[in-house]
Design a binder for this molecule. Structure first.
Ligand code: ADP
Ligand code: MG
Length: 348
């Protein structure tokens, strides 16, 4: 089904031109010329697989450059593998390209694919990952890009959401809320400020940094009880750990890490910054729990991860009888902060 010729280049020419180069070095990808890929992992490892789909108008603004779509969808996928402690190895890429509209010509799509595949290639190189296959179709709907990422982890050491225990410390990497603040700046269109801090926040939205090295180290030290990546917002993702582990969480407002760009905004619009830090999606930082007895191991790890700071933000508590929110944020006076945004849920 589908008129595959409507993008100018035929499907197979398109794959050969833009995508086969990203499979070079991966023998099992069979140059993207066969019906499937043939992939091996070491015998003592488990395969970890995750998939994420992003659509134009929902996950990224209409007309977003190909390079930004590539880094975001790749970042989201590799972040899921990082949250499991896996080493990423291969991705599969499915593209649903809108049939030509008067606005978007064949040339438009060829330029878009060039930009997209170049950025995807750099992202793959950076993490030592190969493109091993995919599918390319046209659609009457909006552009949609799906990546399935495959990685591997030593048997029995994958990080999960379900093991947080009462008394555990809650830790987070990087800074929170930047991607959401960056999106809000982009949404201002022509009125968007163009200064160093705004550009930093926009970059955090366009170019998430999946915490692959950190995730691998957390799996290796073997004392992390639960881990998740923050793709839906701190409160929503912390709630996922709480539900899976049957516990609650108390987070100290003053410990929530903010970038210096977000701190500048905090001075004159604290509500907006807090909302972004609690509920903004797409930061792709790692949120994880471990017993205070083992936190010394994290201090050692800190010196080995100069590429990404980590800090303690709260504690895991028992689940209370009266059903309140699973996640509490407490200000320096000990008072509960009202959490307006519970994060991103597509079906709500
Ligand atoms: P089939 O019809 O047997 O499903 P396709 O014609 O869809 O195979 O794809 C041919 C080859 O090209 C396969 O190896 C597939 O994995 C690869 N491929 C198709 N689209 C992409 C893409 N967007 N990125 C990477 N590989 C792709
Ligand atoms: Mg196919």
């Amino acid at each position: 089904m589908g008129d595959k010729k409507s993008l100018g280049l035929g499907e197979f020419d398109l794959i050969a031109k833009y995508f086969a180069p990203l499979s070079v070095g991966c023998e099992g990808a069979l140059s993207l010329l066969d019906d499937g890929a043939v992939l091996d992992i070491p015998e003592d490892e488990s395969l970890v697989v995750s998939t994420d789909c992003m659509t134009e108008g929902i996950h990224f603004l209409e007309g977003t450059a190909g390079k930004h779509v590539a880094t975001r969808v790749l970042g989201a996928n590799l972040s899921d593998l990082a949250a499991m402690g896996a080493t990423p190895r291969w991705i599969f890429l499915s593209l649903q390209l809108p049939k030509n509209t008067p606005k978007n010509t064949n040339e438009y799509w060829e330029d878009w694919l060039d930009d997209f595949s170049t950025a995807l290639g750099s992202g793959l190189d950076k993490f030592g990952v190969s493109l091993a296959g995919g599918d390319t179709v046209t659609t009457l709907g909006p552009l949609a890009v799906t990546i399935t990422a495959l990685g591997s982890v030593k048997k029995g050491s994958a990080l999960k959401r379900s093991g947080a225990e009462v008394g555990d410390e809650i830790w987070v990497s990087g800074t929170l809320g930047d991607a959401q603040l960056g999106l809000e700046i982009l949404q201002m269109g022509d009125d968007a400020p163009n200064d160093k801090n705004s550009n930093f926040l926009i970059t955090r939205h366009h170019t998430p940094e999946p915490r692959v090295e950190l995730g691998k180290m957390l799996a290796q030290i073997g004392v992390v009880n639960a881990c998740i990546d923050i793709s839906d917002g701190l409160v929503a993702d912390m709630s996922h750990i709480c539900e899976a582990s049957n516990v609650t969480a108390e987070i100290q407002l003053s410990n929530i890490p903010l970038s210096s760009a977000a701190k500048v905004l905090l001075d004159y619009d604290p509500t907006r910054v807090h909302k972004a830090a609690f509920g903004g999606g797409d930061d792709y930082e790692l949120l994880f729990c471990l017993s205070p007895e083992n936190s010394e191991q994290l201090n050692l790890l800190k010196s080995k991860t100069p590429f990404c700071k980590i800090g303690k933000i709260g504690t895991i508590s028992e689940k209370s009888q009266n059903k309140g929110h699973a996640v509490k944020i407490v200000d320096p006076k000990g008072e509960n902060v009202v959490v307006e945004s519970g994060g991103w849920d597509h079906l709500k």
